[in-house]
Design a binder for this molecule. Structure first.
Ligand SMILES: C[S@@+](CC[C@H](N)C(=O)[O-])C[C@H]1O[C@@H](n2cnc3c(N)ncnc32)[C@H](O)[C@@H]1O
Length: 184
């Protein structure tokens, strides 16, 4: 059982569990109605996602960006949706099935991806970095799986403080407020 689910089932009071359950449904709605379209416009601005690419959505949540990425990379591409919370991955699988998207594969993990070295064109990490405890280890895993000319795009309220953890692994190529485009 993933850490977060064990934490929820063993440690939390039922009131907090109910709050969390509401929150995981509220967040995708917020993404769909407001913040998602704003962030997707930044993809366009940075020309971030292209047809045929292999895309890793690290901390995919309910798939607010997994599905747009799957549509964008198309059948020639592939999207890996990774999250440490099994319930989120089930939602991604259900939505992908409903949309007929066959190029999405989920990964349950809080660190390792299980993907081959230098196999990914773009890694997307949106509003996840601040939640991660092993930040340096996660960045090292991203460095391992990203192609030499690949892009790591991190959107996070930590902004440029992300770079303190990325030293020696990634450099900043471009920035737009909370969005950092990093390269190896
Ligand atoms: C605020 S949500 C963002 C979800 C999605 N990226 C979005 O922007 O809509 C953060 C997600 O990161 C996941 N997460 C947090 N720490 C993680 C870790 N170490 N490894 C994988 N997923 C993680 C959580 O389970 C949650 O689904």
């Amino acid at each position: 059982m993933p850490d977060i689910e064990r934490f929820l089932s063993e440690k939390l009071h039922p009131v907090y569990k109910a709050h969390y359950a509401i929150w995981i449904y509220w967040w995708p709605l917020w993404r769909k109605m407001y913040s998602g379209p704003k962030i997707l416009r930044k993809w366009e601005k940075f020309n971030l996602v292209k047809e045929g690419q292999t895309f890793l959505d690290y901390g995919c949540g309910a798939g607010s960006f997994t599905l747009p990425a799957a549509r964008k990379v198309g059948q020639a591409g592939k999207v890996y949706a990774l999250d440490c919370f099994h319930g989120q991955l089930k939602m991604v699988e259900k939505k992908s099935r409903e949309e007929g998207l066959t190029n999405v594969q989920t990964i349950l993990s809080n660190l390792e991806t299980g993907l081959p070295d230098e196999s990914i064109d773009i890694i997307w990490m949106c509003d996840v970095f601040h939640e991660v405890s092993e930040r340096r280890a996660v960045l090292a895993e991203m460095h391992r799986v990203l192609r030499k000319d690949g892009v790591l795009a991190i959107y996070d309220g930590m902004r440029e403080r992300v770079l303190e953890y990325a030293t020696g692994l990634f450099s900043l190529a471009e920035r737009d407020d909370k969005l950092l485009r990093l390269t190896k």
